[in-house]
Design a binder for this molecule. Structure first.
Ligand SMILES: Cc1cc2nc3c(=O)[nH]c(=O)nc-3n(C[C@H](O)[C@H](O)[C@H](O)COP(=O)(O)OP(=O)(O)OC[C@H]3O[C@@H](n4cnc5c(N)ncnc54)[C@H](O)[C@@H]3O)c2cc1C
Length: 477
C-alpha cells in the first residue's frame, strides 16, 4: 500500500497495512506485530509528519459506530475512532437532533484524527477539549500482550485529548454533544484589527481574514441565534459555495498556477477578491452548514500559527511586513522587529525570503478558547505574569495553492515565519499542519510537555507507537 496525504507533501509506504473491523482484530494485529512500530491514520488530512508510518499502519475507518447517551442530562456520544466527522454529525442529528460543540472548517476528518491533532473552529475550544474518555489499544507493560485501556480522567485524559497517535491505537472516543442550534452569519470589512476583535463581543463565533495586498480585515461575523432559519438560507448556501468555495478558488488557481504575475495577483486581491463577498447580508441557518466550508475542494498546503490574545496585534503587524518583504513591495521590516530578529539571530533569514514569494490567499484568523489538554495548541501557556493561563489563542492560517518552485518559496517563507514568530510571539504551530520547528523548539512552547511525555512513557515504554518524528519529539532534552 502506497499513498499520499491530502496536501501531496507526505508519502506513506508501510510494510504492513490493515483495516480492522473489530477491536478484537486490532488486538490480534498488535500481538502479531509485537516489537514493531505501529501507527494509525484517519483520513490523511494532516500535512505534518504526525502521519508518517513505514512499518505497520492501521486505518480504523470500519470502527465507526455512533451511540448516543443522555446520562444526567449530559448529552454525549460514544463514537468509533474511524468515523468521519460528517457521518457523526448526520447520525447525531438523525438520532437525537444533537450536534458537536465545536467544528472545524471541514468535516472530512476521522474523529480520532481530528482529536489527535486538536482540530478547532472559531470561538470555542478545540474538539479534543470535549472528549470525556478514550479507549486505547496498547501493550500491557507486564505481559507484553495487546490490551485495551479506558482513559477517563487526570493527566492521562488530558494527554489523550491531543496525543498525536503516541499513546496507542485509539479505538473509540466519548465526547460531549449539545442540542442542534442555529448560527447567524454576515460579512463586514474593517480597516483595523482592533475593530474586528472588538466585534467579538457581539459575534463570539466569528472568524476573520486579512486580505493580502489590500491589508484590510474581512470578518465573517457569527453568533448563535434563537431565530428560525432565514428564508434566504438556501440561497445563501449556494452563494457561498459558488462564489467563495468555487469561483474565488478557481480565480486564485488561475493566477497562481498559470498566469503567475505578481503584480496581477496583488491587483486582483486589492480590487477583485473583495467583490466576491456580499457585505452585511445577515442569514440564520443550522450550525453545520454555517460553520463548515468546502475548503477541501482544491488541493493545497497550510501553515497555522497560534498566538495569545495579547500578542495578536504585533504578530499581525509582523506578518504583514514579512509578506511585503517576501512579495518584494518593501525592503525591510520596522526597526523594532529588525532589532528583535537580530537578537535571535534571524535577521539574515529575513533577507533570504526577500522578493521570493507573493502570498495569494486570505489569511484566516480564528479565536480558540484554552483547552483542558496538555499539548493542544490552545492548551494553557505559562501562567506567568505576562501570559494568563486562560488567555484565548488566535490561529493564523497561511494557505498556499502554488506548485513546484512557488510552493518551495512558500515553504521558505513559512519556515521563517514559524521560527521568527516562535521567538518573537511564542507562536505554536498546528500539530496537523506544516510544522517546521525542531523538536527542541516545539517542546519549549508547551509548559506541560514533560507531563505529556510522562504519560506516553507509561503507555508506550518501548516506543512501539512512535514514528521518527514523534520519537524525536518525546526525547528528553
Ligand atoms: C482542507 C482541510 C481543512 C482543514 N481544516 C481544519 C480546521 O478548520 N481546523 C483545524 O484545526 N484543522 C483543520 N485541518 C487539519 C485536520 O483537521 C487535521 O490535520 C486532522 O488531524 C486530520 O484528521 P484525519 O482524520 O485526516 O487524521 P490524519 O491526518 O490521518 O491523522 C492525524 C493524526 O491522528 C493520528 N490518528 C488517526 N487515527 C488514529 C487512531 N485511531 N489512533 C491513534 N492515532 C490516530 C495519526 O497517527 C496522526 O498523528 C484541515 C485539513 C484540511 C486538509
Amino acid at each position: 500500500m502506497r499513498t499520499t496525504n491530502f496536501g501531496g507533501n507526505i508519502e506513506l509506504n508501510p510494510r504492513s497495512f490493515y483495516m480492522p473491523e473489530t477491536e478484537q482484530e486490532v488486538l490480534e494485529i498488535l500481538d502479531r506485530h509485537q516489537g514493531q512500530r505501529i501507527r494509525c491514520i484517519g483520513r490523511l488530512h494532516s500535512w505534518s509528519k504526525a502521519i508518517e508510518a513505514n512499518d505497520v499502519l492501521l486505518d480504523l475507518r470500519q470502527l465507526n459506530h455512533v451511540r448516543t447517551a443522555d446520562q444526567n442530562h449530559q448529552p454525549s456520544v460514544d463514537v468509533g475512532a474511524g468515523c468521519q466527522i460528517k457521518r457523526l454529525l448526520s447520525e447525531l442529528e438523525r438520532q437525537k437532533n444533537w450536534t458537536l460543540p465545536s467544528l472545524g472548517l471541514i468535516t472530512e476528518q476521522s474523529v480520532a484524527g481530528a482529536v489527535s491533532t486538536a482540530t478547532h473552529g472559531s470561538g470555542r475550544n478545540s474538539l479534543c477539549h470535549y472528549v470525556m474518555s478514550v479507549r486505547v489499544a496498547r501493550y500491557d507493560t507486564k505481559t507484553g500482550r495487546a490490551t485495551i485501556t479506558e482513559i477517563t480522567e487526570g493527566a492521562e485524559l488530558r494527554a489523550a485529548r491531543c496525543s498525536l497517535g503516541c499513546l496507542g491505537v485509539i479505538l473509540s472516543v466519548r465526547m460531549q454533544c449539545r442540542s442542534a442550534y442555529c448560527v447567524e452569519e454576515s460579512f463586514h470589512e474593517y480597516a483595523q484589527l482592533s475593530e474586528v476583535v472588538a466585534a467579538e463581543e457581539q459575534f463570539p463565533l466569528q472568524q476573520f481574514f486579512l486580505i493580502p495586498w489590500r491589508w484590510s480585515y474581512m470578518a465573517q461575523h457569527r453568533r448563535e441565534s434563537s431565530m428560525d432559519r432565514s428564508a434566504t438560507a438556501g440561497l445563501y448556501r449556494w452563494y457561498r459555495f459558488l462564489t467563495i468555495d468555487v469561483a474565488m478558488h478557481l480565480l486564485i488557481l488561475l493566477l497562481v498556477r498559470l498566469i503567475r504575475v505578481k503584480s496581477l495577483i496583488r491587483l486582483i486581491f486589492r480590487r477583485v477578491i473583495p467583490t466576491f463577498v456580499v457585505r452585511d447580508w445577515s442569514v440564520v441557518d443550522q450550525s453545520s452548514p454555517q460553520l463548515v466550508m468546502e475548503h477541501e475542494l482544491f488541493r493545497h498546503i497550510e501553515l497555522e500559527l497560534f498566538v495569545t490574545r495579547e500578542r495578536l496585534e504585533p504578530a499581525m503587524q509582523f506578518v504583514e511586513q514579512v509578506l511585503c518583504v517576501a512579495g518584494g513591495t518593501v525592503q525591510e521590516v520596522d526597526n523594532s522587529f529588525r532589532n528583535k530578529l537580530s537578537q535571535v539571530g534571524l535577521e539574515e533569514d529575513l533577507s533570504a525570503v526577500a522578493g521570493i514569494y507573493c502570498h495569494h490567499f486570505p489569511i484566516c484568523i480564528r479565536k480558540v478558547l484554552p483547552d483542558d489538554a496538555l499539548i493542544s495548541m490552545s492548551s494553557p501557556g505559562n501562567a506567568s505574569a505576562d501570559e494568563l493561563a486562560d488567555s484565548p489563542w488566535y490561529a493564523i492560517t497561511f494557505t498556499c495553492y502554488a506548485r513546484g518552485k512557488d510552493r518551495d518559496a512558500f515553504e521558505t517563507v513559512g519556515r521563517f515565519l514559524s521560527r521568527s514568530m516562535a521567538s518573537l510571539f511564542v507562536a505554536r504551530p498546528h500539530w496537523g499542519k506544516l510544522c517546521y520547528l525542531q523538536p527542541i523548539e516545539l517542546r519549549k512552547l508547551y509548559p506541560q510537555f514533560a507531563a505529556f511525555r510522562q504519560v506516553c512513557k507509561e503507555y508506550d515504554p518501548n516506543g512501539n507507537f512512535q514514528n521518527d518524528w514523534t520519537r524525536q519529539l518525546l526525547e528528553e532534552a
